[in-house]
Ligand binder design. Structure first.
Ligand code: 6MZ
Length: 356
C-alpha cells in the first residue's frame, strides 16, 4: 500500500459529492441538525455505513446533496477533495460534478460551478494547475530551492440521468462557456435504472459537434440495447462496463474505447460478484485501454492507492506493471498535448526515483 501511495497516479473517474470525507459529512449533518432541518442521529449511521447496494448508493447521494446545497459548502468540499487526492499522490485529477440549480439557495448551474472553481483556487496545500490556457502557471514552482507538489485538476460536467433534454443541453452550454476555466468534457451519470438514452442524446450530440470529449457511465446494470447505443455513439471513454455480454465486449474491443475501472465501487454495489471475476483481468490481458479509478472515494471508503493495491494483490501484477498501468492513463486524459507531455516527464522522473 505504501508503495502504491508513493507512485504518481492519474484519477479520471471521481464524482465530487461522492468523494467527501466522512468527517466533513458528519460535521455538515450536525450543523443542519442544530438548525432543526434534519435529525443528526438519523443520518450518522447512514453516513458511516460501509456496504451499500447500488440503489442505496443513490439514496445516499440524495442525503449528501441535502448536506451540500449552499455555495460555501460546495467550495469547501471541492478544496478538501483536491487536497485528499493530492495527498494520495494523484498528479492529474479529472473531477466530475453535476451542476445544480437550487432556487431556494439562489444557486444556478453557473454559480454552482463558480463555487467549485472557488474551491479549486483556495487549495493551498499544493500547487494547482487548472487550465490548459493559463500557461504562465505551468512552470514548475521552486520554493526555497525545493519544488512544490503540484496537481493538475480538470473538470467534467455531469449530466444526471434524472435531467430533461433541455437541462442536459444547458450543462453542455455551460461546459463550453467554461472551457478556458478547466472544463475538459462531459459525463453522463446518475441512477442507471432511471431515464432513457434518447433523452440525453441531443445534448451529447451537441457536445460532440462542439468538440467536447465525452465519457458515459455504461453497462452498470444489464441493458443491452442502451449499451450498444452508447458504444455506437463512440464516446472517448466509458465508465464501469460491468454488465456486458459477448457482443458488447466485441464491439468495445473493436472500437478500443478506454474503460474507467472502479473495483471497490463495483464490488460494494454488487454489480460484480467478486474481484476474481472482475472484467479488469480480461481487458488487461487483451491490452485494452483501461484506467483504475475510485468513483466515490468517500462513499466507498477508498483511495486511488487502495485501488492499485487491490489490483496488485487480486490480479498478481508486479510493481512495474502497476506503474506502467498508471502511466498509460496519460494517453486517455481529456487535457491537451502539453499537459500530456508534462505528465510523461513526471512519470519518467518518478520511474527513476522509485528504482523500477
Ligand atoms: C452512476 C454515479 C455513481 O455530481 O453531485 N454518481 N452515477 N453510478 C455511480 N456509481 C456508484 N456514483 C456517483 O456527485 C454525485 C453524483 O454522481 C453520480 C450521481 O449522479 C450522484 O448523484 P455530484 O458531484
Amino acid at each position: 500500500m505504501e508503495w502504491c501511495v508513493s507512485m504518481p497516479k492519474i484519477e479520471l473517474h471521481a464524482h465530487l459529492n461522492g468523494s467527501i470525507r466522512d468527517s466533513t459529512l458528519l460535521e455538515l449533518a450536525a450543523e443542519l441538525s442544530e438548525k432543526g432541518a434534519i435529525v443528526s442521529s438519523d443520518v450518522e449511521h447512514v453516513i458511516m455505513k460501509n456496504d451499500r447496494s447500488l440503489s442505496e448508493v443513490f439514496k445516499m447521494f440524495d442525503l449528501i446533496h441535502v448536506l451540500t446545497t449552499d455555495h460555501k459548502t460546495v467550495t469547501r468540499i471541492t478544496k478538501e477533495v483536491i487536497e485528499d487526492f493530492a495527498a494520495d499522490n494523484v498528479v492529474y485529477l479529472e473531477l466530475r460534478t453535476t451542476p445544480k440549480r437550487n432556487d431556494s439557495k439562489g444557486m444556478s448551474k453557473r454559480s454552482y460551478m463558480e463555487a467549485v472553481l472557488e474551491g479549486i483556487r483556495s487549495v493551498n496545500a499544493v500547487e494547482v494547475d487548472l487550465s490548459d490556457v493559463e500557461t504562465s502557471a505551468r512552470a514548475p514552482l521552486v520554493c526555497n530551492g525545493t519544488e512544490r507538489k503540484k496537481i493538475y485538476v480538470r473538470l467534467l460536467l455531469s449530466i444526471d440521468r434524472r435531467e430533461t433534454t433541455n437541462a442536459a443541453i444547458e450543462t453542455v452550454e455551460l461546459a463550453l462557456e467554461m472551457k478556458n476555466l478547466g472544463v475538459v468534457g462531459i459525463d453522463l451519470s446518475g441512477n442507471p435504472g432511471i431515464g432513457e438514452w434518447v433523452t440525453y442524446l441531443p445534448a451529447l450530440e451537441f457536445a460532440k459537434n462542439q468538440g467536447l470529449p465525452i465519457t458515459l457511465h455504461c453497462g452498470e446494470v444489464p441493458n443491452q440495447k442502451e449499451i450498444l447505443a452508447m458504444l455506437d455513439f463512440h464516446p472517448q471513454r466509458i465508465g464501469h462496463a460491468c454488465c456486458f455480454q459477448e457482443e458488447e465486449w466485441e464491439v468495445l474491443k473493436s472500437l478500443k474505447i478506454p474503460v474507467e475501472i472502479c473495483l471497490t465501487s463495483n464490488i460494494r454495489t454488487e454489480t460484480i460478484a467478486s474481484v476474481d471475476v472482475h472484467h479488469f483481468a480480461d481487458l488487461y490481458k487483451s491490452n485494452h485501454p483501461l484506467v483504475l479509478c475510485t468513483d466515490d472515494a468517500g462513499v466507498f471508503s477508498t483511495s486511488l492507492s487502495n485501488e492499485y493495491s487491490l489490483a496488485l494483490t487480486a490480479f498478481g501484477l508486479g510493481r512495474r506493471e502497476m506503474f506502467l498501468l498508471a502511466q498509460k492513463a496519460i494517453e486517455v486524459i481529456f487535457a491537451g498535448d502539453e499537459v500530456k507531455g508534462e505528465l510523461k516527464e513526471i512519470f519518467a522522473t518518478s520511474f527513476c526515483k522509485i528504482g523500477l
